[in-house]
Ligand binder design. Sequence first.
Ligand SMILES: *Cc1c(COP(=O)(O)O)cnc(C)c1O
Length: 357
Amino acid sequence: MIDLRSDTVTRPTAAMKQAMFDADVGDDVWGEDPTVNRLEAMIADLLGKEAAVFACSGTQSNQIGVRVNCQPGDELLIHSTGHIGVFEGGGPAVLSGVTVRQLNGPKGMLSVDLLKDQPRVDDQHYCRTRLVCLENTTNIAGGYVYSLSQLQDVSEWARRTGLRMHLDGARFFNATVAAGYSPEDVADCFDTISICFSKGLGCPMGSVIVGTAADMRMARRVRKMLGGGLRQSGIVAAAAIYALENHVDRLQVDHDNAQTLARGLAEIDGIKASAEETESNLVFFEIDPSLGTAVQFAAAMKEKGVRVGPMGGQRVRAVTHLDVSADDITTALRAVRDCMACGFSDQQLTGSGPYSK
Ligand SMILES: *Cc1c(COP(=O)(O)O)cnc(C)c1O
């Protein structure tokens, strides 16, 4: 089975498992796990920040970020497609007492133009606008990559305006590899940054939040409160260290495969795809409604040994990652051509994930 539904489906390589097997461990809640400590120091150094805190998942590190930057009664501004507002179970409301204000704009991105009239005036009637959350790369908006100047513009405005900045960097290194900017330059634009190891970097689990030493002390407290204080978590931190050393540069391979896939899809009748709009490892395309729905298409593809992610209506997501080779892309394109030739409007798919409803 070629699984293009998500880059979360990657399985640890033999070398990564060996690194996990060999990890030195201790009790991380007591700060005594040498591997977790090494990972946190490595990532803080890489981003030019004072400290980092290892977390269980990207959802957890994002929600820690919201709690660290905000007080109950505050509000955060985010694009309407942003993960923190849509796919984290209402976490800001439940865990931080923070309301989410979603803004619309092109490519899942926020700009000073979109933001400049949004902060609420200081008046007892209003919640306090406190935080701007950006996503880079954007996920369901289309896998787009912010330029450094876009990030810097929003950041300078936010600082002038007294707002904090959080980056949902679930695919942080996809962005740095695609855009060619340094992790430190991106991190400079934000107070807190969340990065996932369980996506393109190929780890079984784990995320990190990065920021000032004071904010990371608070992050540690929030993590404990959320039940995310782990003990011998060096076992998984070792996978993250392995990934930072071995799986960052190779993200370019995923981006190249995504380009090949998008180009191939664009040539198939009944499919609307664009290599130009494909900026990272996420390929989005649309199925001609006369042929069936995205869910029906995904069901037919599954029969042919290729899994893709229906996103509702006609939209499909296909994600390249560590476990997808250039040959797999050729095979996947052949399966798509077969499906388009045979038709799929009679297909049914069960268990197709959160996006397809
Ligand atoms: C995957 C993802 C996350 C984290 O999700 P988890 O399921 O907690 O790993 C956060 N933000 C974005 C944009 C993501 O794609």
